[in-house]
Ligand binder design. Structure first.
Ligand code: PLP
Length: 388
């Protein structure tokens, strides 16, 4: 855990992205945070040290990253983990056997896999709900519910959940609201400001932004919750190495620039697909035809670069995906390069086929993570791929 420097709060997001949580190295003045590649710290005597004892608990490179992300998310305490799933697994250790968690029915594929195939074995209970409708969340809040977990927009169908509305219900119930903010990033959406208790990320995606590491992070505002998470972080130890922490810290410096470029490219490509395929086949929260466009405008300050579209069959998806020259066929998202993915056989292959069908993750669905290349080059690539 690292608490943000209070002095960082006076600055705007783009300034904090570059400076928050970091100070020039006191030994040398190095402008960039050093990679403290160490497992332990020399102590001055018994019980006397500089606040660092063993690197599972604390590492200065990791702390700089934790403060930086905490500041971007308008929180007070940040926690870095070795992956997004490691982060979520550690968050879930806040709960105990018999506790029930209400979970959005269209989360990242690895989330229900962790819940239904591992955590149920430890006595946690899960209810899956379509959280687009806050009333359904309200109806699911039985006395054993300790937390509600949502992702908005969702992957790959771009469903939104009204964070402020759900936060109100969850608070009234005395439970915690946990939000996966990987897709929107704090540049476009800050769940803690809307009443969420814990926000978390796969830093593998936009926060790092260069597809060269795996990591996770969580941010909270409450001191007691922060102390519990720090205890879990140190006791369970799902922490990142200092080099990976440093890569994300370098990535967040350009986060606001990258997100603006992703957003501009995402809007252009979504509009192109909308005209080419028809609105009912394109899923993007920034299109006026998106059923939750009003909520998107209210809750997000940008729509990002994740777009899904329906090509009707697996054969057509395969044909089109094989014709791209710039978009690489790959899992993951959020890097500077454009990727194309087939959710049914790639990112969401771990979701049982009946559940995929019920959610609308068809065999003809294709998902883009639009990068920050020149938009005309990308549009030409999409046009070429779709051509018969
Ligand atoms: C990738 C991803 C995760 C999992 O994160 P890892 O870093 O791959 O463990 C969780 N949620 C969302 C929305 C993701 O895209």
């Amino acid at each position: 855990m690292s608490r943000i420097f209070d002095t960082d709060l006076q600055y705007a997001m783009s300034t904090r992205a570059i400076h928050a949580g970091q100070r020039p190295d006191p030994t040398s003045g190095a402008i960039m945070t050093p990679i403290y590649q160490t497992s332990t710290y020399a102590q001055e005597g018994l019980g006397r040290n500089k606040g660092y004892e063993y690197a599972r608990g604390k590492n200065p490179t990791r702390e700089a990253l934790e403060r930086n992300i905490a500041s971007l998310e308008s929180g007070t305490h940040g926690f870095a983990f070795g992956s997004g799933m490691g982060c979520l697994d550690s968050i879930m250790k806040l709960f105990k056997a018999g506790d029930r968690i209400v979970c959005a029915d269209n989360m990242y594929g690895g989330t229900p896999r962790l819940f239904d195939r591992i955590l149920v074995n430890y006595g946690l209970k899960f209810s899956y709900v379509d959280t687009r409708d806050p009333q359904r969340v309200a109806d699911a809040l039985t006395p054993d519910v300790r937390a509600v977990i949502i992702e908005t927009p969702t992957n790959p169908l771009m469903h939104l959940t009204d964070i402020a509305a759900v936060a109100g219900l969850v608070k009234q119930h005395g439970a915690l609201l946990i939000v996966d903010n990987t897709f929107a990033t704090p540049v476009f959406q800050r769940p803690l400001e809307l009443g969420a208790d814990i926000v978390f990320h796969s830093t593998t995606k936009y926060l790092n932004g260069h597809s060269d590491m795996i990591g996770g992070a969580a941010v909270v505002r409450d001191d007691e919750l922060a102390a519990r998470l720090q205890f879990i972080l140190n006791a369970a130890g799902a922490v990142p190495g200092p080099f990976d922490a440093w890569l994300v810290l370098r990535g967040t410096k350009t986060l606001t620039l990258r997100m603006a470029a992703h957003d501009a490219n995402g809007r252009s490509i979504a509009h192109f697909l909308d005209q080419r395929l028809g609105s009912e086949r394109v899923f993007y929260p920034g299109l006026p035809s998106h059923p939750q466009f009003e909520l998107a405008k209210r809750q997000m300050s940008g729509f990002g670069a994740m777009i899904s579209f329906e090509l009707g069959s697996k054969a057509e998806a395969e044909r089109v995906m094989g014709r791209f020259r710039l978009f690489a066929i790959a899992e993951s998202l959020g890097g500077v390069e454009s990727l194309v993915n087939h959710p049914a056989s790639m990112t969401h292959a771990s979701v049982p086929p009946e559940r995929r069908a019920a959610l609308g993750i068809t065999d003809g669905l294709v998902r883009f993570s639009v990068g920050v290349e020149d938009v005309n080059d990308l549009l030409a690539d999409v046009e070429h791929a779709l051509a018969r």
